[in-house]
Ligand binder design. Structure first.
Ligand SMILES: C[S@@+](CC[C@H](N)C(=O)[O-])C[C@H]1O[C@@H](n2cnc3c(N)ncnc32)[C@H](O)[C@@H]1O
Length: 233
């Protein structure tokens, strides 16, 4: 199906990417780079997580649209992707989706949608790259309905020596990896933003460089009490 409507609620302000043309090289090689992981584990992780989406869905940093074919029982998906090069690739996946998809240029930190307007927010492999994860998670919580769900798949900071190595490598890695930070404690950021973890699983996927391990899968709901303000740095 894949009905396409290009919407950008904040106009130019949403294009939080390093240049007007975006990361063209990264966009061009992204699916090929991921192909080695999609077959053995990433594809099934995506399918299992996204199967839990329902109602109106907002996908943050949808990239080339790798999740789109996995949506099933949803009303519509708004695929938000601020990088024009990635959005160009995403548009090619739309005819293969089985659900209505609208494409937006919104960035995670400034979503521009009304409060409580989505039943599910999906963020896969994106909280490592956003400029301000706390602001992004605050926005995700704002646009989620009180009984909504946040679905996250991410590589996160390890422990001990690995974490220290990730800290050292991050300045270089983010330059070559389109802003990717291997050392983010995303699970803690989700809790700090005012979510209650319903499910969390840490895992070490096969044949993935140790620098971007472990991974975490998170299903979370907005806390009624709001964000843990005392923890926000
Ligand atoms: C590693 S790719 C992941 C793409 C896709 N979510 C996936 O699972 O394959 C990271 C994506 O995050 C997007 N991104 C970077 N900064 C962002 C921001 N501030 N808001 C929303 N998306 C952002 C990038 O443009 C890129 O498409």
């Amino acid at each position: 199906m894949g009905a396409v409507r290009d919407q950008d609620p904040l106009g130019e302000r949403t294009a939080a990417v390093s240049s007007a043309k975006g990361h063209r090289l990264f966009a061009a090689v992204y699916d090929r780079l991921n192909a080695q992981a999609e077959r053995p584990w990433l594809g099934s992780r995506r399918a299992g997580l996204v199967a839990q989406a329902g109602g109106e869905v907002l996908e943050i940093g949808a990239g080339t649209g790798a999740n789109l074919r996995h949506y099933r029982d949803v009303t519509r998906v708004v695929a938000a992707e601020p990088d024009p090069a990635m959005r160009g690739r995403l548009a090619r996946h739309l005819p293969r989706t089985g659900v209505p998809v609208e494409v937006s240029g919104a960035s995670a930190e400034h979503l521009g949608f009304p409060d409580a307007s989505f039943d599910t927010v999906v963020a896969t492999l994106v909280l490592c790259s956003v400029a301000d994860p706390d602001a992004a998670l605050a926005e995700m919580r704002r646009v989620l309905r009180p009984d909504g769900r946040l679905l996250v798949l991410e590589h996160v900071r390890g422990e001990g020596r690995r974490a220290r190595w990730q800290d050292r490598v991050t300045p270089l890695w983010r330059r070559v990896g389109a802003g990717c930070h291997p050392n983010r404690d995303t699970q803690a950021a989700v809790v700090r933003a005012g979510f209650r973890l319903e499910h969390e699983e840490r895992f070490e996927p096969p044949r993935v460089p140790a620098i971007i391990c472990p991974f975490v899968e998170i299903v979370a709901r907005p806390e009624r009490t709001g964000p843990k303000r005392e923890d926000v740095s």
